[in-house]
Write a protein that binds this ligand. Structure first.
Ligand code: GLU
Length: 483
């Protein structure tokens, strides 16, 4: 009987890729890039993308990590056509295939004790041989399957496994280097490499794009696929991402998890653009929309050398997208940061206006939310340095005068506000800054803001007038107490 794949797959789909994270931690940027490359390759080829959660390591897998992976994929917008599949829900299937392999002589039961295996290894090491199982149980039929045993795959002994890696080129491993891999443990659970093989086969995966740390597993997986008469996917092993100091990327380089980038105020568009360029290029183009990535991406163009993470460049891209994406889109991401910083976004101007006003000066949304607080909340303190510089006795008169003019304005709009500042300066025969700077500190609490006309228009009439009055009193008190 032929062993058959279970899934009913659309034969018209020519490319099917997968992302298969182990839920033992958050999704880090390296994993996200692998996911992106797999996703892009599927999209570029009108194919399908499968999400599979490899949770067979029960001790290290957590629901929290699974949720973090799903959240990260959703935030990045990497959607899947199939899944998420969970390996722990497929144990019956893996065992069914193992039983069929046993029946067909593609695998065998091994009853060797730990002690025997250890003695064997010591002997082989002493003789300077590569430690490997000696196939004792393949030929010994004295045991009964009710006795404790593992199941081993009967790896070919002759020839070699050759495959063409889309990133690394031709790779050849002699079968003499490979052991008879355990595919089922004594407790009846299937092992990791075996689950991957059955999954890739069942799920009709045509292209396996994954991290280079899995390259050693590939020849073993190919041999099992061959034994099952399953098609062999095309493999592509993507290199590592290093920190900007050339060391393996880790927490000490700052953010490494995808969700941390969201928390730090990055846009998914910027992170995706940054990641796609990290090890892949299209001429000297730096900025790619998702559509352009899909259009141009080719796994064969991915570099085989490790790439170094450059936060400055990511920040540059983030600033680019803050300014270039539609304000509505940026505002929808900004909302999260407003909540995160406990600023009530209902209590002020529309967030799209904030994006337009602050986009030039804020490189992250976290920064933008923080910088927008005075649009939504009143404050009782002014920035100390700004007070020192701009809240002098000489500021009282310009503030009083401009307040009077602003009060009289029939319409609260930027142009009219600007005119009042100009008129005040002209009447008092002082420079614009002598009116504008104290006014800025009065309405925003600090010495820096976007142009005053738009800032004040967005803060709104009532709030501005109250704040100017409050500033005048503050300066008067300050001057009085200094005398
Ligand atoms: N679960 C593996 C990992 O998270 C990936 C295995 C694969 O892609 O084949 O590293």
């Amino acid at each position: 009987m032929e062993i058959k794949s279970l899934f009913n797959l659309d034969p018209n789909v020519k490319v099917r890729t997968r992302f298969a994270p182990s839920p033992t931690g958050y999704l880090h940027v390296g994993g996200a890039r692998t996911a992106l490359y797999s996703w892009l390759y599927a999209k570029h080829n009108q194919g399908e993308f499968v999400l599979r959660i490899e949770d067979t390591d029960l001790e290290r897998s957590t629901q929290q990590a699974t949720d973090a992976i799903l959240d990260s994929m959703a935030w990045l917008g990497l959607s899947w056509e199939h899944g998420p599949y969970y390996q722990t829900k497929r144990f019956d299937r893996y065992n069914e295939v193992i039983d069929q392999m046993l029946e067909q002589g593609l695998a065998y039961r091994c009853y060797c004790s730990k002690e025997r295996l250890e003695a064997l290894r010591e002997e082989q090491e002493k003789n300077k041989e590569k430690p490997r199982y000696d196939r004792h149980c393949l030929h010994d039929h004295s045991h009964d399957p009710s006795e404790p045993h593992v199941v081993r795959f009967k790896n070919p002994t002759e020839g070699s496994v050759i495959f063409e890696d889309a990133v690394r080129g031709k790779i050849e491993i002699s079968n003499g280097e490979l052991d008879d891999l355990i595919i089922r443990r004594t407790d009846g659970s299937p092992t990791y490499n075996f689950c991957v093989v059955v999954d890739d086969w069942d799920m009709g995966i045509t292209h396996v794009i994954r991290g280079e740390d899995h390259i050693n597993n590939t020849p073993r997986q190919i041999n099992i696929l061959k034994a099952l008469n399953a098609p062999i996917p095309q493999y592509a092993h993507v290199s590592m991402i290093l920190g900007d100091d050339g060391q393996k990327l880790s927490k000490r380089h700052g953010a490494v998890s995808v969700m941390q980038y969201r928390d730090e105020g990055y846009l998914p568009e910027a992170l995706l653009n940054y990641l796609v360029r990290l090890g892949w290029g299209h001429g000297d183009q730096e900025v790619f929309s998702i559509e352009e990535m899909i259009k141009y991406f080719d796994i064969h163009g991915v570099s085989r050398s490790a790439s170094a993470f450059n936060t400055e460049k990511l920040l540059w891209l983030n600033h680019h997208y803050i300014r270039e994406l539609p304000a509505e889109k940026v505002a929808s991401y900004l909302e999260w940061h407003m909540q995160d910083q406990q600023i009530n976004a209902e209590n002020g101007p529309a967030l799209t206006e904030i994006v337009k006003a602050l986009g030039e000066r804020c490189k992250t949304l976290k920064e933008m939310a923080a910088a927008s607080r005075y649009f939504f909340e009143d404050f009782s303190e002014f920035d100390e340095a700004a007070v020192k510089k701009h809240f002098k006795a000489a500021a009282i008169e310009p503030l009083q005068k401009v307040l009077e003019k602003l009060r009289a304005l029939p319409e609260w709009d930027g142009h009219a506000i600007h005119q009042q500042i100009e008129d005040t300066a002209a009447e008092l025969e002082v420079g614009m800054g002598k009116v504008g700077m104290p006014l800025r500190v009065a309405v925003t609490g600090a010495g820096q803001s976007p142009s005053l006309d738009i800032t004040m228009q967005l803060i709104g009439r009532d709030r501005c007038l109250t704040r100017i009055q409050q500033a005048i009193e503050f300066i008067e008190n300050k001057v009085a107490s200094a005398q």
